[in-house]
Design a binder for this molecule. Structure first.
Ligand code: ADP
Length: 188
């Protein structure tokens, strides 16, 4: 099972379908309702996943972003998906890692929380996919970021099926293990 767009009941859970799951893929190719972009404050595109999303979505995305007036670190803004299979993009700006003493954990948590809230408020969004925000060019330690991502999404995505879209098998394995731990804690 890669994506799930229906309602999640006890039988689904028994079949292994989970409201939170991890895959290894290129996020620009996913047929979910919304993907999240690890954007920069200008919202005008950049490197990494941001650049890939802008290239795949096409120039109309840049045009729409221009009208939004940027985005603060830890905040989130919604646009259309334009040329992407996903109908919407949630743009959020992760913190740059400065060693952990600069409020990085709380800012990253805010990215996930605000993205979930924005997506939850849009009735057309049932499935949402996140990249591993701040863990590339911004240098956030991977496992520390993944723990924050899982905690916040578990708390704020009641209505959504949420996929953590990793870009390597190694990253996906970290998520799979943490999701299993999380599932055991919830079941206790
Ligand atoms: P940041 O500036 O927030 O660190 P990056 O784009 O540099 O953003 O990296 C964030 C994460 O996105 C990294 O884990 C990177 O491996 C991953 N990534 C890069 N391109 C893609 C893609 N096309 N699909 C999914 N994940 C991607």
């Amino acid at each position: 099972m890669r994506y799930w767009t229906g309602r999640l009941d006890r039988a689904d859970r028994r079949r292994g379908i989970r409201p939170l799951n991890a895959i290894c893929d290129d996020i620009t190719t996913l047929s979910v309702d919304a993907i999240v972009n690890a954007a920069n404050a200008s919202l005008m595109g950049g490197g990494g996943v941001d650049g890939a999303i802008h290239r795949a979505a096409g120039p109309r995305l840049l045009h729409e972003c221009r009208l939004l007036g940027g985005c603060k670190t830890g905040e989130a803004k919604l646009t259309g998906g334009h040329g992407l299979p996903a109908r919407f993009i949630v743009h959020t700006v992760g913190p740059v890692w400065h060693g952990g003493g600069d409020g990085e954990d709380e800012l990253l948590a805010s990215c996930y929380r605000k993205s979930c809230e924005l997506a939850s408020a849009q009735p057309a969004i049932r499935t949402l996919a996140f990249p591993c925000i701040s863990t590339g060019i911004y240098g956030f330690p991977f496992e520390r970021a993944a723990r924050i991502a899982i905690r916040e999404c578990a708390a704020h995505t009641d209505r959504l099926i949420t996929t953590f879209c990793c870009f390597s098998e190694r990253d996906r394995n970290v998520y799979s293990q943490l999701l299993e731990e999380h599932g055991r804690r919830v079941a206790d």
